[in-house]
Design a binder for this molecule. Structure first.
Ligand SMILES: CC(C)(COP(=O)(O)OP(=O)(O)OC[C@H]1O[C@@H](n2cnc3c(N)ncnc32)[C@H](O)[C@@H]1OP(=O)(O)O)[C@@H](O)C(=O)NCCC(=O)NCCS
Length: 168
């Protein structure tokens, strides 16, 4: 969506209702865009080379959210034995709050379950309300806590919670 369409769609939501974005498998070619989205979302953003490293691994699964020609979100997991860990999920800041991450997560979990995996884990900053709401709504529950796990831009140390969900 262009900036103009995005602004108009906020003023006249009915006239400019964008079609629901598509959830698709992400590949190593998406690495630069995923890095851009990650850097805009997290204090310690991952570079395109870091995404490339992850995405070429056979035990990685990544989905992208595509609106028209623009990738507006992603989710990436790493698989080990019969478990997966969600490494990161992000939606472009101008597309948040529209329920898109729910679709992305639902599809991603479906693929993990389809591979016969039994459990999914993730770590999330304790006060990240949007992410916690997303995961809780999807059936994740808190199974642990990590003190001073993240640092924010001001250097403040933040706690993380570990969340888990069964896939079977
Ligand atoms: C977390 C994130 C992916 C959620 O994406 P999103 O598309 O905006 O979320 P959705 O619109 O699908 O909403 C998901 C849930 O979060 C809730 N939510 C959204 N924004 C919220 C906010 N600012 N505060 C509290 N709850 C919020 C929604 O109400 C919804 O809950 P519900 O299903 O109970 O109604 C997005 O905010 C993001 O990219 N954040 C930056 C990166 C990040 O923090 N990733 C997670 C790291 S583990």
């Amino acid at each position: 969506m262009s900036l103009l369409t995005d602004v108009l769609s906020r003023i006249f939501p009915r006239l400019f209702k964008a079609p629901a974005p598509a959830v698709e498998i992400a590949t190593v070619r998406d690495a630069p865009r995923l890095s851009q989205l990650h850097r805009a979302s997290f204090h310690r953003g991952w570079g395109a080379d870091e995404f490339e490293q992850i995405l070429i691994e056979r035990n990685a699964l990544a989905h992208r959210l595509r609106q028209g020609r623009t990738v507006i979100g992603f989710i990436v997991s790493r698989i080990a034995a019969d478990e997966a860990e969600i490494l990161s999920v992000a939606i472009a800041s101008n597309q948040r709050g529209r329920g898109y991450s729910r679709d992305l997560l639902r599809t991603h979990l479906g693929h993990l379950a389809g591979q016969g995996l039994k459990k999914v884990f993730l770590e999330v900053e304790e006060n990240n309300r949007a992410a916690r709401a997303l995961y809780e709504r999807a059936g994740f529950r808190v199974v642990g806590r990590r003190e001073r796990y993240y640092k924010d831009a001001s250097g403040e140390q933040l706690n993380a919670v570990v969340m888990q969900r069964d896939l079977s």
